[in-house]
Design a protein around this ligand. Structure first.
Ligand code: SAH
Length: 204
């Protein structure tokens, strides 16, 4: 799987090593384990999905590609816990927010079992971010908001990057990178993607 992700264009050695080390099958139900290394996204329950391996690699690489050392990162949309695990395995302290409480409990147990201890969890609407822990060296959003959430931008450290798939569900979404500069924010646009929508509010 990692060799394919590399051929698809992901080159950061830390990201590739993390994806190589982590057993992706630990993050899906047993019935899906045969498909876990395929080049596709997978259902994780409640209409949500674990992204295709290439997209996880691509977003991780964009996040870690900032001009500052990326140590503290915020993830919106814990889901299965796989993306958070990849970033933790890359050496980041991960703060992850999920609006569906049941996902958090499962993800936490998976991380513990794998010995990933540098991850903190919050059950909350991710549109608000985690102001008490800000600023973050990077923020990664793994569900698609219709527009860039301003409250997340301001929780970035100068030099840090916000990686977010922006666009309407079913419409065109674009992987967008917002970099905080001394005075302002800079936008760059990357791959066309297809994420589940980022929804307001919380549920158990
Ligand atoms: N990073 C996850 C991807 C999960 S899919 C993984 O590695 O598996 C997207 C996730 O975003 C879902 O779990 C969904 O519940 C969550 N989500 C959607 N809107 C959100 C919001 N406003 N705040 C926090 N999480 C949200």
């Amino acid at each position: 799987m990692v060799e394919r992700v590399r051929q698809q264009g992901v080159s950061n050695p830390k990201v590739l090593a993390a994806m190589n080390t982590l057993a992706r099958e630990a993050f899906v139900d047993e019935a899906l384990r045969m498909r876990v290394y395929d080049d596709c996204s997978l259902p994780i329950g409640q209409g949500q999905t674990l992204s295709q391996p290439y997209i996880v690699g691509r977003m991780s690489e964009l996040l870690l590609g900032a001009s500052i050392p990326v140590k503290r990162v915020l993830e919106i949309g814990t889901g299965s816990g796989y993306q958070a695990a990849v970033l933790a395995q890359c050496g980041c302290a991960v703060f992850t927010i999920e609006r569906i409480g049941a996902f958090l409990d499962v993800a936490k147990a998976r991380h513990r079992r794998l010995g990933l201890l540098n991850i903190r969890y919050l059950h909350r609407d991710g549109f608000k971010g985690w102001p008490s822990q800000a600023p973050f060296d990077g923020i990664i959003v793994t569900a698609a908001p219709p527009t860039i959430p301003d409250e997340l931008k301001v929780q970035l450290a100068v030099g840090g990057r916000l990686i977010v798939p922006v666009g309407a569900q079913g419409g065109a979404q674009r992987l967008t990178v917002i970099t905080r500069t001394e005075k302002d924010f800079r936008s760059q646009f990357f791959d066309a993607v297809s994420f589940v929508p980022m929804l307001p509010g919380e549920q158990s």
